[in-house]
Design a binder for this molecule. Structure first.
Ligand SMILES: [Zn+2]
Ligand SMILES: [Zn+2]
Length: 283
């Protein structure tokens, strides 16, 4: 009994952290902000993890998050605690997310560079199938009762604790290195793959690295550096090497004649999303 419970806690933690790292590295840094490009096999693996563990459709997540950067803490932000109230976002983040993700106008406007491919049509757009397969895998591994408990713990942690803490707490409490409405929370960064360094991220959205000070730690950056050494990822410029002005927001990939998605005139011109080109290890 105690062994099964411990095993269930370990497995649910592994599943949650797999979802967290796939979210921050693939959904957030690579797909949304083009802060790095991934080897196609690695990108597919991340898509598969997202499909099994979250039920998220990547282009919907990307659209909601790009809209958040385009309208941060204004009336059009999909999940601003400054506009909607802290507890509304901290407890109801998933409902704000689903409302924005289901709006086809958002996807058409903010994720037009991610049209569904054949894998989306065959697998990744089928949210329920992925989740059911993920839960079934847990039940096979742990037994039905413990498997369902592991799925429940993972869901509560990912949907109601970790994700809302970035959208809620990290626009509400914490310290700032830069003058924007997001905040940094070091301890939260340790369990969210670095996402808790949200103030740094809003200042340098295209940096693949979120930590700046010696006291800040970005766990996903270690993974990204390792993948880069293995020739599996190509990071864009880190925040230390970026220009003083923020890098172009991802929505600037869109047509410059669209006023709601164009970048401010003070920012550098938009760059095309980089294509993945394999390099030799350590190259
Ligand atoms: Zn934010
Ligand atoms: Zn972002």
């Amino acid at each position: 009994m105690l062994t099964s419970l411990l095993m269930t806690l370990v497995v649910s933690t592994v599943v949650t952290q797999a979802a967290v790292f796939a979210t921050t590295i693939y959904l957030h840094r690579a797909a949304t902000h083009r802060a790095l490009t991934l080897h196609p096999a690695v990108e597919f693996a991340f898509r598969f993890v997202i499909w099994l563990t979250t039920g998220i459709v990547p282009r919907e997540w990307v659209a909601v998050h790009r809209k958040h950067h385009a309208f941060t803490d204004s009336e059009d932000d999909p999940h601003s605690p400054l506009v909607l109230g802290f507890w509304s976002v901290q407890l109801g983040n998933v409902f704000h997310y689903v409302k924005s993700a289901r709006d086809p106008k958002n996807v058409a406007k903010f994720a037009r560079d991610m049209p569904p491919d054949r894998w989306d049509r065959a697998l990744f757009d089928r949210k329920r199938v992925g989740l059911l397969l993920g839960i079934a895998a847990l039940c096979v591994f742990l037994g039905v009762g413990w498997g369902l408990l592991a799925a429940l713990i993972h869901t509560v942690m990912y949907v109601f604790v970790l994700s809302p803490s970035i959208n809620g707490l990290c626009h509400h409490a914490g310290y700032k290195n830069f003058d924007n409405s997001a905040t940094n929370i070091r301890t939260l960064a340790l369990i969210t793959g670095g996402e808790g360094l949200h103030n740094n991220h809003h200042r340098y959205p295209r940096s693949p690295k979120y930590s700046l000070r010696a006291s800040e730690f970005d766990p996903a950056w270690i993974v990204i550096q390792t993948m880069a050494r293995l020739g599996l990822a190509k990071p864009y410029k880190t925040l230390e090497r970026s220009e003083p002005t923020p890098a172009p927001a991802p929505h600037s990939i869109s047509r410059p004649d669209d006023p709601s998605t164009a970048s401010p005139k003070s920012q550098p011109p938009p760059e095309n999303p980089p294509k993945y080109r394999p390099t030799a290890p350590n190259g």
